[in-house]
Design a protein around this ligand. Structure first.
Ligand code: HPA
Length: 266
C-alpha cells in the first residue's frame, strides 16, 4: 500500500497547503486541530532520518481554519538518504490534493544584519548539493523530464508571507538560500565563496523539496529561521545544539507567522 493509500484509510481530509517544519521548528505541529497523525516510520516509502532533535510525523488537520498537512521534521541527504527518496513526502502531499507547500528550515545567515532568531523568506535558491531528487527515470504523469525553475518561489505567496509578518509585527528578510549536503558546516572560505555566488543563507535542506514541488506543480513558499551567522562571521563555534537552541527563538515567530499566512490565503 502506498503512503497515500495508508493516509486515506484514516482520513479524507484534503489539505490546501503542506507545511514542512525544519530542525527545531516542530512545535508548530502542536497547533494542528483535530490532527490525524502518522509517524513517518509507518508510511510506505517515507525516508527515515536519524538525527536527534527531529521528531518525525505527518499531521493532517486544520490550522487557522485551513486544511493542512504538517510534516514535522524531514530526512536530510547527510543522513545517508538518497536524493530520489526525498520525492515521496512531497509527491504524497500533491496526491492528497494540496496546491502549495511552505518549506521551513534552520539556516546560517551570510548577511550581518540578519541575525540569529530572525526569519528570511526565500526568493530563490542555489543548489550546491551536487545531486538532484529528479535524477533517474521520469514519470511523465507526475511532471516533465526537464522542469523550469525560474518561478519556483511563488511571488504571490511571498507577498502573503510579508503581509502576515507585517500584521504580526515580525521582521521578515528576503534572501537567496544556498544548499549544501552537510553534515559538516562550511569553512570560512566556503562562506566567502558563497557570498560571491549570491547566497544570503546557507543550509542542508529545502532545495530537494522545492525541486520536487516545482516538478509536480505545487506552488512553493519558503522561510529560513536564522540560527547563526555563517562560519567566519562570528566567534561562535557552530554546533547542532546551538542550531536547535536558536531555532527555538525563531520558532516562536514562525508559530504566529504560519497561521496568519494561512489566513491571508483563505
Ligand atoms: N550552515 C549550514 N546549515 C545550517 C547552518 C549553517 O551555518 N545553520 C543551520 N543550518
Amino acid at each position: 500500500m502506498s503512503a497515500l493509500e495508508q493516509i486515506r484509510e484514516r482520513t479524507d481530509l484534503v489539505p490546501r497547503v503542506g507545511i514542512v517544519l525544519g530542525s527545531g521548528l516542530g512545535a508548530v505541529a502542536d497547533a494542528v486541530e483535530d490532527a490525524v497523525s502518522f509517524a513517518y516510520a509507518e508510511l510506505e516509502g517515507f525516508p527515515q532520518g536519524s538525527v536527534a532533535g527531529h521528531a518525525r510525523a505527518l499531521h493532517l488537520g486544520h490550522l487557522a481554519g485551513v486544511p493542512v498537512a504538517v510534516f514535522q521534521g524531514r530526512a536530510h541527504l547527510y543522513e545517508g538518504v538518497a536524493a530520489a527518496e526525498l520525492t515521496v513526502p512531497i509527491r504524497t502531499l500533491r496526491a492528497l490534493g494540496a496546491e502549495a507547500v511552505l518549506l521551513t528550515n534552520a539556516a546560517g545567515s551570510l548577511v550581518a544584519e540578519v541575525t540569529p532568531g530572525k526569519l528570511m523568506a526565500l526568493t530563490d535558491h542555489i543548489n550546491l548539493m551536487g545531486t538532484n531528487p529528479l535524477m533517474g527515470p521520469n514519470d511523465q504523469a507526475v511532471g516533465p523530464r526537464f522542469v523550469a525553475m525560474g518561478a519556483t518561489y511563488d511571488p504571490d505567496l511571498r507577498a502573503r508571507l510579508h503581509a502576515a509578518a507585517d500584521a504580526e509585527g515580525i521582521t521578515l528578510a528576503d534572501g537567496v538560500y544556498l544548499a549544501v549536503t552537510g553534515p559538516a558546516f562550511e569553512t570560512p572560505a566556503e562562506i566567502r565563496a558563497f557570498r560571491v555566488l549570491g547566497a544570503d543563507a546557507v543550509g542542508m535542506s529545502t532545495v530537494p523539496e522545492a525541486i520536487v514541488a516545482a516538478h509536480c506543480g505545487l506552488r512553493v513558499a519558503a522561510v529560513s529561521c536564522i540560527t547563526n551567522l555563517a562560519e567566519g562571521m562570528s566567534d561562535e563555534v557552530l554546533s547542532h545544539e546551538g542550531t536547535l537552541a536558536a531555532a527555538a527563538v525563531g520558532a516562536q515567530d514562525l508559530a504566529r507567522l504560519i497561521p496568519r499566512f494561512l489566513q491571508e490565503l483563505a
